[in-house]
Write a protein that binds this ligand. Structure first.
Ligand code: UD1
Length: 366
């Protein structure tokens, strides 16, 4: 008996893995028992194994293998798969990360078994309930016993929803821990050279939100926009499996001429491209934060963001999925590129340690 709590982390989708890595390291340093459950929400090697490798994560102790399905199917499959694992492992606390279906499913099963739930990345709100992630965030935060917030606006959101302040800790942004650790290795890959990119600047694109890729007209307009932008410089687009399937369904009805469509990139290769990019166009949550920390201009193709701090910091701007809006924002973002990356409070590489201190020592971070 160490006196330390036994912790069980549940992860399932690509953006969970970089949030888990710093916490796993900090718990290992303290000698806390830490069990990792992979739900299998993401299962392609480039969406999962490559991230475990790049982030030097230990192999999961349990793999639920839930795979894809409707929201209800996927959430239910995680719940059914996780319940017997929790009953067997009996952890003191279950850690859940971010806002994917695996997150909310794990929070619900744990709360019903009366196991303490800690939510990493608590309190973010877009106030857009058409996004499944917003529903996942709200439900998870209201089930959680410990809410580990990345930024001060998140504290404000939780307070407005009546969540008691003594459950909430301002630990900072854990993704930045992973980014800081990985950056030297990512830079050493010399990705721009490996990809044959010249010195004139290039754009990196990721798009996978249903609102952008599931409607053929919207997706076609986005692809045409990228094709036009490629006349001004290389456009590299690592394509999420959901988006790849939707592009195939367009049957060549939209041009992708000039755009370099790539397979999804592992963490280090992606970071190696993004840190030297001229511009990022995305609908990802994580990239909005990574570009802010790196000081790389970002155009986010969404009407809202749960990470408004990235817009306030000046690196990120939101646009509609229209050619004129994106073209204009891309130009403005490049012009307004900050001379130095913005400094955000507790986006400093120490968040994994603060989370471990909350869990193991009962530390407080206001
Ligand atoms: C999920 C998250 C989203 C996150 C994204 C990161 C939810 C509700 N959504 O969206 O918040 O930004 O992950 O990538 O949890 N597929 C594969 N191989 C895989 C995984 C998925 O081919 O390894 C395909 C399947 O056809 C699947 C589709 O992609 O149906 C969507 O996958 P899913 O996990 O349901 O949602 P994402 O769009 O990845």
């Amino acid at each position: 008996m160490t006196g330390l709590p036994s912790v069980l982390s549940v992860v399932g989708a690509r953006p969970n893995f970089m949030k888990l890595a710093p916490v796993a390291r900090a718990l290992a340093t303290r000698g806390s028992r830490h069990v990792i459950v992979h739900t299998g929400q993401h299962y392609d090697p480039e969406m999962s194994d490559a991230f475990f490798r790049d982030l030097q994560l230990p192999r999961p102790d349990h793999a639920l293998g839930v795979g894809s399905g409707s929201h209800a199917q996927q959430t239910a499959a995680v719940m059914q798969g996780l319940e017997p694992v929790l009953l067997a492992e009996r952890p003191d606390v279950v850690l859940v990360y971010g806002d994917v279906n695996s997150t909310v499913a794990a929070a619900l099963v744990s709360a019903k078994l009366q196991i303490k739930v800690a939510h990493v990345e608590a309190g973010l709100r877009s106030r857009d309930r058409t996004m499944p992630e917003e529903l996942n965030r709200i439900v998870t935060d209201h089930l959680a016993d410990l809410l580990l917030a990345p930024s001060r606006d998140a504290l404000e959101n939780l307070s407005q929803e009546g969540i008691p302040a003594d459950r909430v800790h301002f630990v900072g942004n854990v993704m930045i821990d992973s980014l800081k650790v990985a950056l030297p290795a990512a830079r050493a890959l010399a990705m721009p050279r490996r990809m044959g990119l010249g010195t004139g600047g290039y754009t990196v694109v990721t798009l996978h939100r249903p609102a952008n890729v599931d409607q053929p007209d919207t997706l076609a307009e986005l692809l045409t926009t990228l094709s036009r932008l490629s006349k001004d410089g290389p456009v590299l687009f690592p394509v999420h499996p959901r988006t790849r399937a939707q592009i195939a369904r367009l049957n060549g009805k939209a041009t992708v001429d000039g755009v370099r469509l790539l397979d999804p990139l592992p963490y280090l290769e992606m970071l190696g491209l993004v840190w030297e990019a001229d511009l990022v166009i995305t609908d990802s949550g994580g990239l909005q934060e990574e570009t802010t920390w790196l000081g790389v201009p970002c155009v986010t193709v969404r009407p809202t963001t749960e990470r408004p701090i990235t817009c306030v910091a000046g690196t990120n701007r939101l646009v509609a999925p229209r050619c004129d809006a994106i073209t204009l924002a891309a130009r403005d973002a490049r012009i307004a590129r900050p001379a130095n990356p913005p400094m955000l409070e507790r986006w400093d590489g120490g968040t994994g340690d603060r989370i471990a201190a909350v869990l193991c020592d009962g530390a407080r971070f206001d």
